[in-house]
Design a protein around this ligand. Structure first.
Ligand code: ADP
Length: 304
């Protein structure tokens, strides 16, 4: 049983030929209205598609975007009974411009996500207390994450923090974290140690262990991912695939890993391989939530 506490965004994607300079008007090639996105939602969807019993705690506006997102969560069999809505802000939105080169620029309107309070989370204490793991990211206010992790720790629920987007964090939040899953930039932001090779990844892990964290996963894009516990560590290379759009790669990795840790009797290497395969499928399709694979697709890709 997994509870995800995090953000929901509606992604509005513009396919553009080049950067528009201030004051310039440009005709664009195409746009895609309203794909589902947001780190929290992406991770919840990954967990659900991999077969975890998944509850998502997130805050939405009372608007059409919010309703469309809820309908999508329900189609993915996510428990939507613990969602919260607000009249104070609209559902979060990300405006993504994708250039012909494949690079992108993203503007995020946090909206309702930024209204998620500790009180909102405390009102969902029962479902958190009954979970096996709770996962959070940094696209919602810190007091909401702290509230979730405090409840989790009181009830022996494992806490997984995906410290994205990169920012410094209060000591209490790191103390409440069991598993941390940064990418290279996020790891360096928190430890001050640059990620270059496996030795520097282990140095990062040691820095996190000294804070009481017991499992460290560092994802390094097309190179793969590193794991460390106080007992063991290793590097799992990424699968060699033709990446089209890496949006949600990290989210897929984390949602899949958490699910496998749940179902796989905590065998971390097997869980890493599963997560690696899952995210290698996500990068081969454009978009965020539409590119996240199901367990059947991941298993089938492993048998090829
Ligand atoms: P984030 O998007 O959070 O920075 P990463 O870019 O580190 O996350 O990617 C997360 C995981 O997705 C990687 O550890 C890897 O398993 C997989 N991945 C990312 N990019 C590729 C790629 N080009 N080819 C294959 N797998 C990839």
């Amino acid at each position: 049983k997994i509870v995800v506490v995090g953000s929901t965004n509606v992604d509005k994607v513009l396919n553009v030929p080049k950067y528009a300079l201030p004051g310039e008007t440009l005709a664009i090639d195409s746009y895609q209205q309203a794909h589902g996105g947001g780190k929290g939602a992406n991770q919840a969807i990954t967990a659900a598609r991999s077969g975890a019993v998944t509850t998502f705690i997130t805050k939405l506006g009372n608007d059409e975007d919010g309703q469309a997102m809820v309908a999508g969560f329900a189609r993915d069999q996510i428990n939507v009974d613990h969602l919260v809505t607000t009249d104070q802000a609209q559902t979060g939105q990300a405006y993504i411009t994708v250039y012909q080169s494949g690079q992108n620029s993203i503007y995020v309107y946090g909206g309702a996500n930024m209204e998620l309070t500790a009180a909102d989370v405390n009102a969902q204490a029962d479902v958190i207390a009954q979970a096996d793991r709770v996962i959070a990211q940094l696209e919602i206010p810190l007091p909401a994450i702290l509230a979730a992790f405090r409840i989790a720790k009181q009830h022996g629920v494992q806490t997984i923090l995906n410290p994205a987007p990169a920012r410094e964090l209060p000591a209490e939040l790191l103390r409440l974290t069991d598993v941390i899953t940064p990418n290279e930039t996020e790891a360096q932001t928190l430890t001050g140690i640059e990620v270059t090779d496996e030795v520097s990844m282990l140095d990062n892990a040691m820095a996190f262990f000294s804070l009481g964290i017991t499992m460290v996963i560092i994802t390094v894009g097309a190179k793969g991912a590193f794991y460390a516990t106080p007992q063991a560590h290793g590097f799992i290379p990424a699968f060699k695939v033709k990446a089209i759009d890496t949006t949600a790669a990290g989210d897929t990795f984390i949602g899949a890993l958490a699910t496998q840790l749940d179902l796989d009797n905590h065998n971390i290497e097997d869980a890493m391989l599963y997560a690696n395969r899952a995210s290698s499928l996500t990068v081969q399709t454009a978009g965020a939530q539409n590119s996240i694979p199901t367990r059947d697709q991941i298993v089938a890709a492993n048998q090829k």
